[in-house]
Design a protein around this ligand. Sequence first.
Ligand code: XIL
Length: 342
Amino acid sequence: DPVSLKNSYKNDFYIGTALSTDQIEEKNSREDSLIKKEFNAITAENIMKSMFIHPFKDKYDFVLTDKFIAYGKKNKMFIHGHTLIWHSQLAPWIQKIKDSTEMKAFMKDHITTIVSKYKGQIDSWDVVNEALNEDGTLRKSIFLDKLGEQYLIDAFKLAAAADPKVDLYYNDYNNEEPAKRAGNITLIKKIKAGGGKIDGVGIQAHWKLDYPSLEEIEKSILEYSSLGIKVAFTELDISVLPNPKDFSGADVNQNFADDPKMNPYPEKLPDSVQNKLAERYASIFKLFLKHKDKISRVTFWGVYDGQSWLNDWPIKGRTNYPLLFDKNLNAKNAYNRVIQLK
Ligand code: XIL
């Protein structure tokens, strides 16, 4: 077998990537060969979010999701569904739902229709995404507003009813940090106590060079898995750029492309930082390997630096370097370090 992420880690956990629409449609043959060589799990980066898959009350659009599933099947990949209930990238008509009766009807129709359509074809689902605040309390959203916290239990019940065998996940960011993690654990217990079926927690893992600490990541793996559920790292990337929140007075609508403080490496990442990134990836994967029996999947949020959402978020027009392949699709030293652990 050729050396690749998926081959190196085949006895440990799935190695996945998020796919853009162009990648699902195999528009670029170099990207396509790289995806097929390196990864054995896929998540759709955008197309299964409500604004795309359920744009109007009586209209679902399954064209791209069908292609995504076909891509995964053809290449014998683990297929993850992202995401059923999320307050963001929400179809406008859902944002306008007025009362609890209508919201209940939406949840039932949305979850049942999508999960049953792909029953037996999708391996795991993010049933609910990002329902928690940083302090571990429930995030204000149209779902919480109309239905109260019962919506979380109901979402998992509806998904399990539509496909009893598929793995069901709760997915969030920063849920390896103590306060949010504690809230997430409470939430998982509530879902179980309320009769919902939940099989795993997704830790998005939009991380930085020095944050979160390996200690908190390890505690998270141990504490979540002690609830009897799987742990997946679902959207891994490591930003090397400052967050505008770190600078008081920064206006997120400004274009920072020409600001050396906000966009310090517009041409190339200096070797010193490249090495820090490699070191960080190596220590994270070392930890993952230590707990491989508890980890179901590690998915990167994109294939290569050129396509990363972090080039445009939280501010537009920057150049970030968060993945294992550079913008020319070449493996970085972070890739070599991750492979060398095996
Ligand atoms: C991001 C996509 O990568 C972007 O293309 C899109 O514009 C916004 O959403 N948490 C999630 C993902 O669960 O769905 C988000 O993906 C990144 C943060």
